[in-house]
Design a protein around this ligand. Structure first.
Ligand SMILES: CC(C)(COP(=O)(O)OP(=O)(O)OC[C@H]1O[C@@H](n2cnc3c(N)ncnc32)[C@H](O)[C@@H]1OP(=O)(O)O)[C@@H](O)C(=O)NCCC(=O)NCCS
Length: 332
């Protein structure tokens, strides 16, 4: 995507993340559902997840992550040209969550919009932001992956509610020298599998009625085994493709940030890519699957722990509802 012929690149100037304080453990689920800590840990790797307080909406989590990313970049909201929010759980259908954030942080120079690509949303968002920066349309873009999935979970459905958590991750992207920043990205989708992971009620197809609420159509439906089958193959394929386009192999990669959906999916991806565990990060045990927020949160944690440094080549890879999947290669 980017190449030496380009006049400029797009780098990550700042990273920030936020997870709510409220912890929901597997032991909590044992009290209300026919499940066990042993089942959840062995099948998913998840021990606990974070849940937004009732007064916290998606934009509230996003602003916490934004403030940290701006501080990390040494910038203020007025430096931002565009706010791009990847989310499947906006504050409301419209206006966009990005517009609500724009107003509340006082980003008076910024355009603002949301995108939906489920768990791949951050990879999609960064790719769009990179294109806008490389084309000269914008100089600095705030990209967020943020979710309050707890609001669309059916806490009577043990097959879904144990998997997901809430959180926000943000990066400030800015123009840089070509050859630095985003080195490439690969995005794909297959809508024929839309019903493997979806929220049936509340849109224009099935507006919510009392009957649909009774049928719990306001909550996420998932066919976990169907998703599992595609996830590893799609993520490995995307990673290989982005590396091939950049003329690199996994041996050239310093660190891998995989989407955190299931420890078995992550292990499968890393082993097929021949990436040792010490060159990657796992936080699914503590925060579950936070969908579009998963990669920027893990990236933020990796930075905090000193696992990544400026100049490292970082591979990010995601898979999610849609289906959507993709990979991103960054020189940090
Ligand atoms: C959901 C998932 C963890 C299930 O794991 P699995 O190995 O496929 O599960 P198994 O096939 O061994 O077991 C399924 C059984 O466990 C049961 N089960 C589901 N959730 C359970 C829970 N929390 N506790 C106990 N049992 C549970 C199911 O009801 C099913 O029972 P049945 O066989 O009597 O119908 C796994 O398929 C998965 O992670 N899929 C991907 C999901 C995902 O990543 N989604 C987001 C994409 S970004």
């Amino acid at each position: 995507m980017t190449g030496p012929q380009q006049l400029r690149g797009a780098r990550f100037a700042g990273i920030g993340y936020y997870v709510p304080d409220v912890v929901l453990t597997n032991a909590d689920f044992e009290k209300t559902l026919d499940t066990t800590d042993e089942w959840i840990v062995s099948r998913t790797g998840i021990r606990e997840r974070r849940i937004a307080r009732p007064d916290q909406a998606t934009s509230d989590l996003a602003i916490e992550a934004t403030n940290r990313a701006l501080a990390d970049a040494g910038l203020t909201p007025k430096d931002i040209d565009i706010i791009l929010v990847a989310t499947a759980t906006p504050d409301m259908p419209f206006p966009s969550t990005a517009c609500l954030i724009q107003h509340r942080i006082g980003a008076t120079q910024a355009a603002a919009f949301d995108i939906t690509a489920a768990c791949s949303g951050f990879i999609y968002g960064v790719t769009i932001a990179q294109s806008l920066i490389v084309s000269g349309k914008a100089r600095r873009i705030l990209v967020l992956g943020v979710e309050t999935l707890s609001r669309i979970m059916d806490y009577e459905d043990r097959a879904t509610c144990v998997l997901f958590g809430d959180g926000a991750g943000a990066v400030v992207m800015e123009a840089c020298e070509p050859g630095d920043g985003v080195l490439g990205s690969y995005l794909r989708s297959d809508g024929s599998f839309a019903e493997l992971l979806y929220l049936p009620g509340g849109g224009s197809r099935r507006p919510l009625t009392e009957e649909r609420l009774r049928n719990r159509e306001q909550y996420v439906k998932m066919k976990g085994d169907g998703l599992f089958k595609y996830a590893v193959k799609a993520m490995v394929g995307a990673a290989m493709e982005v590396l091939r386009e950049a003329g690199l192999t996994t041996a050239d990669i310093d660190f891998v940030v995989p989407h955190q959906a299931n420890i078995r999916i992550i292990d499968g991806v890393l082993s097929r890519l021949h990436v040792p565990p010490e060159k990657s990060i796992i936080n699914i045990d503590r925060i579950g699957n936070t969908s579009s927020a998963s990669i920027p949160i893990a990236l933020g944690e990796a930075k905090e722990k000193g696992l990544i440094k400026r100049g490292d080549r970082i591979l990010m890879v995601a898979f999610g509802g849609g289906l959507t999947w993709g990979a991103l290669l960054l020189k940090y």
